[in-house]
Design a protein around this ligand. Structure first.
Ligand SMILES: O=C(O)CCC(=O)C(=O)O
Ligand SMILES: [Fe+2]
Length: 222
């Protein structure tokens, strides 16, 4: 359901992104959701070199992360975007857009991802809160860590009451559209990774056969 991933970014990469954010131009976050009554944040101006560098840096870091690849089965990823929340800013309860234009083709958002760029003790509030039935699950992770969650959820960013919350956000279209199937494959992959060399070759081959064919049945190429 949710996957936290520690150390997606190195300390140096986090510092570089904070530096980029310090000098970059930020615009009203409503630019990408003009009709939202609950979005109150800032996002980096997507016209400049600062945006290009920050986006490239975060995308490369996610793509090189094995847990990210195994959990998300990424097919296309939206260019990551820096977002900033100053005191009193928040992003109230919402669901993410199902389709987003990325380059020439629309991306179906299967997974949403927040990469935390500031130390949690440098700001108050600003938890990412994801609705699960009658409860909310909250995330406020160390700098460099990421959380992946289903784009199908209702979620919000609670008001920042002091300091500044800096994150990078992105959305992923997965090769495995169905979150239940994706989770089953992830668990099978974990078994293969952790136990694959403890089993007999014959059983390992059987496991590979099941994984490969489930990916054929459930997956979309790319
Ligand atoms: O900043 C976050 O952690 C998530 C923001 C969000 O929900 C969004 O931009 O759609
Ligand atoms: Fe969202």
């Amino acid at each position: 359901m949710f996957q936290e991933i520690a150390d997606v970014l190195t300390a140096e990469e986090c510092a570089r992104l904070r530096d980029i954010a310090k000098s970059a131009r930020f615009v009203d976050g409503r630019i990408s959701s003009p009709h939202s009554q609950v979005k109150d944040n800032l996002q980096i101006d997507s016209g400049g070199e600062a945006y290009a560098e920050s986006s490239r840096l975060v995308a490369t870091a996610l793509q090189r992360n094995e847990t990210f690849r195994n959990f998300a089965y990424p097919r296309i990823m939206a260019p990551p975007l820096l977002a900033r929340y100053e005191p009193a800013m928040r992003y109230g309860l919402h669901s993410d857009a199902p389709f987003m234009q990325v380059g020439a083709r629309p991306l179906r958002s299967d997974l949403s991802c927040t990469v935390f760029l500031g130390d949690p003790d440098t700001y108050e509030g600003g938890e990412l809160a994801i609705t699960l039935g009658t409860r909310q699950v909250t995330f406020k992770l160390p700098a460099g860590s990421a959380v992946l969650y289903p784009s199908t959820t209702l979620h919000e960013v609670l008001p920042v009451t002091a300091g500044e919350r800096l994150v990078a956000i992105t959305f992923i279209e997965s090769q495995i559209a169905d979150p239940v199937f994706r989770e089953l494959l992830f668990q099978l992959d974990e078994v293969a990774a952790l136990e694959g060399f403890n089993m007999s070759w014959e059983n390992r081959t059987r496991l590979q056969y099941v994984r490969a064919n489930l990916r054929r049945i459930w997956g979309e190429a790319g």
